[in-house]
Design a protein around this ligand. Structure first.
Ligand SMILES: [Zn+2]
Length: 275
């Protein structure tokens, strides 16, 4: 009899926890406005829960049934809070880590997406659908899973230019006209200026916001050029005002407003001596 009691308490405990997880899952789906689908397992769990509960109340002591319910509730709550806490810690550490997602190794076979030590290889042969979402300005592709990336991913623009022909939902004409309508950025020299912002260095046209920090546009351009072309160490080779990056073409007619000497003096003052 004693072992049956223990079995009942454990049974109720286990089923309570399963029911609570299922309820949580449905609420989550409801909030995300996905279709609610009751899975077979959940139906069995629900049925078993009520059967065991009735048997418990009819043939066993009430306090054993309640004990099972209480332990089940507590364990599930405890596990739930623990999972939330772990997720929260992971999210916070992601926010603070400076590792940016980056696209690498684009070639005729595919490309890679890296973040820190994580690396995912994607092959064109596995990608059966690609679309450029113009409103949200992001690229969506589907192989095994659906993945969306936007301009926060390094080399995003390079990938846009290198999507192989043949994806019928990818608007090649739109992408071509997007790149051919870009103009030269006064600050970095890349043909990457769109509307009022450079997609390469992030500099903007003169605005009220900039007036607070710079006396005029010339000063804004020069300050940003010193920063963009600075070398981090004394031995680092100066790029000679040619930014290495394949996302955008560099306008050969563009010339900087600062000299090499000014950039190196600035680098020495700002970066070389920092230990
Ligand atoms: Zn720029």
């Amino acid at each position: 009899m004693e072992s049956l009691r223990i079995l009942l308490i454990f049974g109720i405990m286990y089923l309570t926890s399963q029911i609570l997880i299922a309820i949580f899952k449905y609420f989550k789906n409801l909030i995300q406005s996905e279709n609610i689908r009751i899975e077979k397992n959940d139906k069995y769990f629900g049925l078993a829960f009520f059967v065991v509960l009735i048997i418990g109340f009819l043939y066993f002591q009430k306090k054993d049934v309640i004990l099972g319910l209480q332990i089940g509730l507590l364990i599930t709550l405890f596990m739930g809070i623990l999972i939330l806490l772990i997720k929260f810690i992971v999210r916070i550490s992601e926010l603070f880590s400076l590792k940016r997602q980056r696209i690498e190794g684009i070639n005729s076979k595919g490309f890679k997406i890296t973040k820190g030590t994580k690396l995912n290889q994607y092959y064109w042969r596995d990608i059966n659908w690609i679309k450029f979402d113009k409103e949200k300005f992001r690229l969506i592709f589907k192989g095994k899973n659906k993945i969306a990336i936007d301009e926060k991913t390094q080399n995003f623009y390079l990938l846009l230019k290198n999507i192989p022909l043949g994806y019928k939902d990818y608007d090649y004409t739109y992408i071509d006209s997007f790149f051919s309508n870009l103009t030269t950025c006064v600050v970095c020299g890349a043909v990457a200026f769109k509307d009022s912002k450079c997609l390469s260095c992030g500099c903007t046209t003169w605005s009220n916001k900039l007036e607070k920090d710079y006396s005029n546009y010339d000063e804004y351009v020069k300050t940003n050029q010193l920063e963009i072309f600075a070398t981090m160490e004394k031995n680092e080779k100066f790029c000679d005002f040619k930014l290495i990056g394949k996302n955008f073409d560099i306008d050969t007619n563009w010339s900087p407003k600062v000299t090499k000497k000014e950039v190196l003096d600035y680098s020495e003052k700002e970066y070389w001596n920092i230990k």
